[in-house]
Design a protein around this ligand. Structure first.
Ligand code: SF4
Ligand code: SF4
Length: 421
């Protein structure tokens, strides 16, 4: 028998009132109920369930603000957030929002539902709710360094093995370095070649870089799981890694949410400015290309590109991936819609880590698969290991017979080294 969870409504209310930023309050109150966001959301498009409309996901949050701020509260007439609100919306706040931000693109009020959901998750967790596997991933990150148990020792082990296998230098804990290269444990544990690929590109361009055992894990499951204490620990570790080697640039690997959290929220989480620049690996590779430091053989496989939501839409870096592909990938076929209006893979916002969300997420992937099939290509490339993992699972679910690849790995495989020239 499943144990009954104790739900602390007061803790949820305290979290709403204490932690939520003012812009979120404004957003929560600005909704016109026009419904334009419904069709922009992959979950509503898949299920047709009105509960899955982005605006509906805001209802208990709006109620919590009225409960906290309505003048009627002094007369005891303001609405109250209830246990039923919290349990009834739990799946909407967690399982059916990948924080992809697509709804914001069509909202006439520009309401950033993804960031409201991010704030709301903290209140749900304070109340004792939230998917257990997502919460466990956050705790494992805090206790072992990464959600998949990539401890500093395991990182060193992996790096040494990859160095031998790929015959490329992968420095770790250099005293001084211009660039701190970080990893996502999804890559390290499931797609380790991606780490070697980043190393090969940086070495090819003559970059002074290092990994650091002080700060290596760029995913932030504390942020995704609504655990601000864990989110802060994860940010502090990366900053410590960068400060230890005096890095001027921190490069986030192929992971969309890792980039989103560190690029846009880390300074706020930390309460001070970051003393370095933060770039996604595709932004950094584009910079190397602009500086003439990348020599590539043509890539002539027909393929299409999946824009990770947090990189292309919420990160504004869609153009950099295209710039890298320009003149190199001769048979690149864009999806429709693409770039800022891409469809999410279904696994962002921690949804990939929620076992109970798998069925709906796999079904929602049909939208993406229709886009892929319309390009008539059989190779799907992305710049996010979380998207790759999600798409690996969902393409199997739909028996798609194409193959998945990473943009970084494709580039690394097509470098023209001096001995080839
Ligand atoms: S952020 Fe994405 S998943 Fe969440 S409600 Fe908006 S469109 Fe749907
Ligand atoms: S599009 Fe914006 S204003 Fe309209 S219902 Fe959705 S969130 Fe509200």
């Amino acid at each position: 028998m499943t144990e009954q969870r104790k739900i602390d409504v007061d803790a949820a209310m305290r979290t709403f009132t204490a932690q939520t930023e003012e812009h979120v309050i404004a957003y929560a109150q600005a909704c016109l109920r026009c419904g334009q966001c419904a069709d922009a959301c992959l979950f509503y498009r898949t299920s047709g369930d009105p509960r899955h409309t982005p605006a509906y996901k805001l209802v208990p949050i709006q109620k919590a603000y009225r409960a906290a701020h309505s003048p009627l509260k002094w007369l005891g007439l303001a609405p109250k957030l209830t246990e039923e609100d919290l349990t009834g919306w739990e799946d909407l706040i967690f399982d059916t929002c990948t924080m992809c931000g697509r709804c914001t693109e069509v909202c006439p009020m520009g309401i950033d539902i993804a960031s409201i959901i991010g704030q709301a998750r903290k209140a749900w967790v304070a109340a004792g709710l939230g998917p257990e596997d997502l919460l466990a991933a956050a705790d494992t990150s805090r206790d072992r360094g990464s959600p998949l148990g990539l401890t500093p020792d395991k990182l060193v082990e992996r790096v040494e093995w990859l160095e031998d296998d790929d015959e490329t230098e992968m420095p770790i804990d250099k005293e001084k370095a211009e660039v701190l290269l970080t990893v996502s444990s999804i890559e390290a544990m499931k797609y380790p070649e991606s780490l070697a690929a980043m190393a090969k590109i940086l070495n090819h361009a003559g970059v002074d870089w290092t990994f650091s055992t002080k700060g290596y894990e760029s995913t932030n499951f504390g942020y995704l799981a609504g655990k601000p204490d864990v989110a802060k620990v994860m940010v502090e570790r990366l900053v410590a890694g960068a400060e230890a080697c005096g890095a001027k640039i921190v490069v986030i690997p192929e992971c969309g949410h890792a980039y989103g959290v560190f690029r846009w929220s880390a300074a706020n989480i930390l309460g001070r400015e970051l003393p370095f620049e933060v770039l996604h690996i595709t932004e950094y590779i584009a910079r190397l290309k602009r500086a003439g430091k990348l020599k590539l053989k043509p890539y002539d496989t027909p393929f299409t590109y999946h824009d990770p939501c947090q990189v292309s839409r919420r990160g504004g870096a869609a153009a950099d991936a295209r710039y890298i592909l320009e003149g190199f990938a001769t048979k690149f076929q864009e999806m429709t819609p693409t770039a800022e209006m891409n469809w999410c893979c279904g696994g962002g916002g921690g949804v990939q880590a929620m076992g109970r969300a798998a069925e709906l997420r796999n079904k929602a992937f049909r939208i993406k698969l229709d886009q892929i099939e319309a390009t008539h290509t059989k190779t799907l490339i992305s710049a996010c290991a979380n998207c790759r993992l999600t798409m690996d699972e969902s393409t199997k679910y739909w028996h798609w017979d194409g193959e998945l690849a990473s943009i970084v790995e494709v580039i690394a495989d097509h470098l023209i080294e001096e001995e080839d020239a």
